[in-house]
Design a protein around this ligand. Sequence first.
Ligand code: FES
Length: 118
Amino acid sequence: MAEHIIGPVAELPPGSHRVVKVRNLEIGIFNVGGAFYALPNICTHQFGPLCAGTVNGTTACSAATDWRFAWVREGEILTCPWHGMEFDITTGRCLANPKVRVRQYPIAVEDGIVKLTL
Ligand code: FES
């Protein structure tokens, strides 16, 4: 396993994301409310560029929303640009099918620098 420097935290403020190339992999780096996540830039559906998608929330209808449709989890959901599958950035799970998930790479901040481990 090797550490790869992504860059200063200041260049990836909360709510931002970018796709980086490390070795032969494209990896999306996401700052969700100050916590960093790293996901592969490949969708589980038809291998679209998942991390080029938008980061938003999603609609939900549950006891937590008083059984009404509501917009929830703003800033935590990644939508694939090809066919719109939604993934929870914090877990990698697909919202439509929680048995499907994308990998999450170890990522950490040390001395103000975001570092990815592969
Ligand atoms: S390739 Fe991502 S939803 Fe189809």
